[in-house]
Ligand binder design. Structure first.
Ligand code: N01
Length: 547
């Protein structure tokens, strides 16, 4: 490996100021004493929660677990009001974190990183931004999100529409007044399912253009009970410990009961109780094999179908809403507030575009194969170029000037989802191949942040300035991720987990489906082995920065 001859301007560049970027700045700067500079495209902190301001936007994780755990005082002083935190409240929380730890002084806002090139002679990155910044840094850490590159489908005539159109992932900060408007929402993923009930209350008329029906469980949203929160706060250590070693990053006890070993009556009771209680307990707290065994899964899928038929009054609409082409949990599991009920409203029409696809967007609305819909507003709830889109829009070049985008053209390749061979000193927080989107994100973000800081500290202690994932370790990890995915329902639907929502994107399962507990254990083993699967190199010069 080359030895350093120059000293970089910074120890680390951090890209993004969402949960991941904020934590990384704090960790590198305040815990390791390094010089870290973050760049953020938005004009403030928040990441996902800065951009996604669509009506009804909130998180599916319960608020008491959708936060940082790195600072005990922070955990005690913040009080959530909603059981599921709404976008403004999460954004307030992240602003509070930025202020409390004085993070803004190391974040440059309104600045998008355009390129990052590895300088092999000096073991450092050269980073450039759209504001003309050019800096060198020993490490680059990406906190650029898994779902941040919005996707608007290339529907014929889209540019001719004379009304207003919005993507849920870049909603105007001042809000949109939908009163008296005829609104069309395209898409029924998480963003659609959350926004549709709220838009229905605001708009004069709402047309929902549905390609794939959804399974969704009632969230039973409400306010947070003070006694509950007090109890949580007095047991936070134990709760977090459980979450960190769980499957999904939630503090739930594993269920050791198969859906196939109980009587039909008992099974129905269990589902009914979980449905009434609401939230993801329906998945984690009912049976162990819903997401793993097709026959067990059928029982859950069928239960949800029966609920849709029960809730939706018009039988024809109900049938259109019943998912039959993919099993429950094969796409992102959803929780909702009044989603199916919304179709009982007089001002809401479900348009089944699976059977009569959209032909074009016209100046006055949307034309499908069998009808034309006059609209004032179109909402694209059409998702994201997930997991890789946020990387592909930065020109990232590693050894020999090779582009990450080219390396990933056949699907993302990263060891542990945190580093990619040929791209030394680049760490990806919740990158492809890590639990990331299959988990409660703050738990995974902190685990990656801690692990990355740990590596950097180790390098400092051992006088090393370069670390790189080994090709073989990476190949084996990618194969392992896919092997586990093959054992789940995930391979049985066209989902963004598989890149299926982006025309031409290779069909490769991207997140690690083995659970945050198993993943943490693997990372800990890698650390204990002196960073097995990585090659670390020494420099003749003093390592920079760490004091
Ligand atoms: O995007 P999606 P999202 N013509 O890709 C449809 C997280 N999130 O923004 O299923 C017509 O899930 C597409 O149809 P189909 C969460 O991880 C979390 O809703 O491909 N329709 C689908 O219905 C989530 O999974 C939260 O057939 C088209 C929809 O658009 C992820 O973000 C809240 C189309 C896209 O659904 C993404 O969710 C929000 C086309 N050409 C988001 N292209 C919470 O925590 C796409 N569609 C609550």
């Amino acid at each position: 490996m080359a030895t350093s001859t120059k000293t970089p301007d910074l120890d680390a560049v951090v890209i993004g100021a969402g949960f991941a970027g904020l934590y990384m700045v704090h960790s590198l700067r305040d815990e390791l004493g390094m010089s870290a500079q973050a760049y953020e495209a938005g004009d403030n902190v928040g990441g996902t929660w800065y951009w996604n301001r669509y009506p009804g936007a909130r998180c599916d994780s319960e608020s008491y677990m959708y936060c940082f755990s790195f600072d005990k005082a922070l955990m005690q002083e913040w009080n959530w009001s909603g059981k599921y935190p709404e976008q403004p409240e999460i954004l307030s929380y992240l602003n509070h974190v930025a202020d409390r730890f004085d993070l803004r002084k190391n974040i440059q806002f309104n600045t998008r990183v355009t390129s990052a090139k590895f300088d092999e002679a000096n073991n450092m990155w050269e980073v450039q931004t759209d504001k003309g910044d050019k800096v060198t840094a020993r490490f680059v850490v990406t906190g650029i999100g898994c779902l941040s590159a919005g996707q608007i489908p290339n529907i014929k005539g889209r540019e001719t529409f004379k009304g207003d159109s919005y993507h849920t992932g870049s909603w105007p900060h001042e809000g949109v007044n939908l009163a008296g408007k005829r609104v069309g929402v395209i898409g029924t993923g998480s963003s659609g399912v959350q926004s549709i009930p709220v838009i229905a209350q605001q708009a004069k008329q709402l047309f929902v253009f549905q390609r794939t029906p959804q399974y969704t469980i009632p969230a039973r949203h409400g306010t947070v009970d003070k006694a509950f929160l007090d109890d949580v706060k007095s047991n936070y250590d134990e709760i977090w410990d459980k979450a960190r070693h769980s499957t999904g990053g939630f503090p739930v006890d594993p269920i050791d009961r198969s859906a196939l070993e109980v009587s039909e009556e008992e099974r129905k009771d269990i589902y009914e109780t979980a449905w009434k209680e609401g939230g993801f307990k329906f998945v984690f707290g009912s049976f162990k094999d819903i997401a793993l065994d097709r026959r067990a899964n059928d029982t859950a899928s069928e239960f949800i179908r029966s609920k849709i038929r029960e809730i939706v009054k018009d039988p024809e609409t109900a049938e259109k809403l019943v998912p039959v082409d993919h099993p429950f949990t094969s796409k992102r599991a959803l929780i909702d507030t009044n989603y199916f009920d919304t179709y009982n409203r007089d001002n809401v029409t479900l348009v089944d575009i699976r059977h009569a696809p959209i032909e074009e967007i016209t100046p006055t609305g949307i034309k499908t194969e069998d009808a034309e819909y006059e609209l004032d507003v179109i909402v694209f709830a059409t998702g994201f170029d997930a997991m890789t889109g946020s990387y592909n829009r930065i020109d990232i070049r590693g050894r020999d000037g090779a582009a990450l985008k080219d390396k990933w053209a056949g699907g993302p390749k990263a060891y542990l989802g945190v580093a990619s061979a040929g791209f030394p000193n680049l760490f990806m927080i919740t990158g492809p191949g890590s639990p990331s989107v299959l988990s409660n994100m703050p738990v995974s973000i902190e685990q990656h942040g801690e692990w990355i800081s740990g590596v950097i500290e180790y390098m400092h202690e051992h006088g090393q300035t370069v670390i790189e994932a080994d090709q073989q370790a990476e190949t084996e990890w990618v194969a392992h991720v896919n092997e586990i995915a093959e054992q789940t329902m995930f391979m049985l639907a066209d989902s963004w987990y598989l890149g299926a929502n982006i025309p031409g994107k290779p069909r490769v399962f991207m997140p690690y489906p083995g659970g945050v507990g198993a993943y943490r254990q693997k990372c800990d083993e890698v650390t204990a082995g002196g960073y097995t699967g990585f090659t670390l190199g020494a420099s003749t010069r003093e390592p920079v920065g760490v004091s």
